[in-house]
Design a protein around this ligand. Structure first.
Ligand code: ZN
Length: 612
């Protein structure tokens, strides 16, 4: 039977970035309201996609209908007879993974940005016809989406008719169209593809060779068969950018050209590790958040914020395992792994927000804090990604040390208990599950690390696995490299207790962050102040770090800074730099017991990985 909810979408004017969409409801309600979501699952911020609707009109069998607006994102029609058709235009000019984008080079959309839903029909099957733009210049355009085909066209990349079980499924298969490049492979019998849009010279064969083991690994990690029939990575290559959004059978990625391996180059660029990490992260979400998900997300209420205290599990655990996906498949060395860990861990040790916001609150408040950061963010917040990953690591080590299970076993049980049978995870579900599986009473661990504030017990746990955690000062403005350096470097240098960024004009250095209790804050300097001189000599973004360092800890300097257009003078007593970066050192000559424990945890494929 043909679905009663039908969509047609067409890039009607690529130059003006306009998609034209028609929604037809064959059996509308007497008063039929249609509405766009306010947010997209996976990105916890109210975005009010309705602001991109340009014009809208409804008609029934007798002709055009008037409408009454319904709240900020809806329209109500009173159809007189027959079906109701609503035609509208969407302005698509957001080059991120969260909305929609269209020009003469390609089109991309998330269903949340383009498909109105018909109230009362959200659970009905839908059909969607996707058309290419008119004109011979678009003859070669193809389409890449994991929406299920409803026509009998064999070429999966051709435009045509698609279907979804309900609205929730419709909006979980983003669509890319244009003249993208394609790589394809099978992982555990499931067809996989990555399509590349944008200008690039990437070595696609190398990327394919590296993605295969990552996908194989995670399918086997949770246990074959994979929960999806096929999987698609949609990669948008740009000059500068980074981001990803997970979906049930695909992911949309944004990456910079320079992070991809180039054809003919001997070694991949350093950013390639991040790109592969991003792929692993979004792929892991296929299980952890797309199928194992908080009960409050079932179903998603797309009109308002939906709060969960569990994002530390869904983003934090995923951030822990994405790097493991690379390490356990030999795509990074152990040394690389610990460098990345240093970068991630430093993100929490640097900020006094660690002592003010708990992981559970950070998750709950994602909508108003993590996604809407202000000048005080490092002093008031902690990321459920970064601290969630560190707590996942601590939990894994603790379980390996004190019980017969590891976090790997927990993930698999989460899959069997919640993900596979499609049961929502209650807010206390994960903590209870871990205690049940391990037989440990972890109440204190969870109270402190999840609901409390302060440093996770990483240092002492890693020691049991032959890894030394060290703290040192940053060696340049905003450094967060995870690279090993002597910890006593910079002990006597001067420091303002800030992070600098480029000032909007030609002169000066902008104070991007002003850290709590630092020399700058103590003397009255503020975030967004533009420092133009230190001891009466001009400074800028590239010179100020060294200039302040050379003055030495304990010395007093005169700082001139603009706040708005007002020049202000400050006397600042410089501090010694805080040792708030962490780095990890592989300990040699550990006991055999520790050595075995370390190997079992890392499961890196080869001894010689250590040498690089
Ligand atoms: Zn994520």
């Amino acid at each position: 039977m043909k679905p009663s909810i039908l969509y047609k979408i067409k890039p009607s004017n690529p130059y003006a970035h306009i998609f034209t969409v028609t929604l037809t409801i064959t059996n509308p309600q007497e008063e039929q309201t249609v509405r766009l979501p306010c947010w997209i699952p996976g990105s916890y911020m109210i975005r009010d996609f309705v602001r991109c609707v340009v014009q809208i009109k409804g008609c029934d069998d007798q002709g055009e209908l008037s409408y009454i607006k319904s709240g900020k994102g809806g329209w109500t029609f009173k159809p007189r007879s027959g079906s109701l058709s609503v035609e509208y235009e969407i302005f698509a000019w957001d080059l991120s993974v969260r909305m929609a984008h269209l020009d003469q080079t390609h089109g991309y959309f998330n269903g949340t940005s383009v498909f109105l839903y018909a109230e009362g029909f959200e659970e009905q099957p839908v059909e969607v016809t996707i058309l290419p733009p008119d004109g011979s210049e678009y003859e070669n355009w193809k389409i890449a989406t994991t929406l299920t085909r409803a026509d009998d066209i064999k070429d999966i990349y051709s435009f045509g008719v698609f279907q979804a079980e309900d609205y929730d499924e419709l909006i979980d298969h983003p669509v890319e169209m244009g003249t993208f490049d394609i790589i394809e492979w099978e992982s555990c019998g499931v067809p996989h593809a990555m399509v590349f849009t944008g200008v690039h010279n990437a070595d696609l064969e190398k990327i394919k060779k590296d993605l295969i083991p990552i996908c194989d690994y995670f399918i086997q990690f949770f246990g074959a068969p994979a929960p999806m029939n096929r999987y698609l990575f949609q990669t948008m290559v740009v000059g500068s950018g980074y981001g990803g959004l997970e979906h049930r059978a695909s992911t949309s990625l944004l990456c910079s050209r320079s992070s991809l391996p180039q054809i003919g180059a001997q070694n991949p660029p350093s950013g390639y590790r991040n790109f592969l990490g991003l792929c692993a992260h979004e792929y892991f979400h296929t299980w952890n958040i797309k199928r194992i998900k908080p009960a409050v997300f079932m179903p998603y209420d797309l009109q308002r914020e939906v709060h969960t205290t569990l994002l530390w599990v869904f983003e934090g655990f995923t951030s822990y395992y994405d790097d493991f996906g690379l390490l356990r498949n030999g795509l990074t060395t152990i040394a690389d792994y610990f460098e990345v860990l240093g970068v991630n861990a430093s993100r929490i040790y640097k900020n006094s927000g660690l002592f003010k916001q708990s992981l559970s609150d950070s998750s709950y408040d994602a909508w108003v804090k993590l996604y809407r950061q202000d000048e005080n963010a490092p002093n008031s917040q902690i990321s459920y990604y970064a601290k969630g990953a560190v707590v996942a690591l601590c939990l894994d080590l603790k379980l390996r040390l004190e019980s017969s299970i590891s976090l790997d076993d927990v993930m698999r049980e989460m899959w069997y208990r919640y993900g596979k049978p499609n049961i929502g995870v209650p807010e206390e579900g994960i903590e209870n599950l871990i205690m049940e599986l391990s037989g440990l009473d972890l109440t204190e661990f969870f109270d402190y690390n999840i609901r409390g504030t302060g440093e996770p017990p990483l240092e002492e746990l890693l020691l049991e696995f032959g890894i030394q955690m060290e703290r040192r000062a940053e060696l340049r403005n905003g450094e967060n490299s995870g690279k090993l350096h002597p910890v006593e470097k910079r002990d006597h240098e001067g420091c303002l207790g800030v992070k600098y960024s480029k000032a909007p004009g030609r002169i000066g250095a902008k104070l991007h962050w002003v850290f709590d209790g630092g020399a700058a804050q103590k003397s009255g300097l503020s975030a967004n102040d533009v420092v133009v001189a230190v001891d009466y000599l001009a400074v800028d973004h590239s010179s100020i770090f060294e200039r302040i360092a050379k003055k030495g800890a304990g010395s007093t300097v005169v700082v001139h800074a603009f706040r708005r257009d007002e020049l202000m003078t400050f006397e600042v007593e410089l501090q010694a730099p805080n040792k708030n970066l962490v780095q990890f050192r592989w300990m040699d000559n550990v006991s055999e017991e520790i050595e075995i424990r370390r190997r079992n945890w890392l499961q890196a494929p080869s001894e010689k990985l250590l040498s690089t």
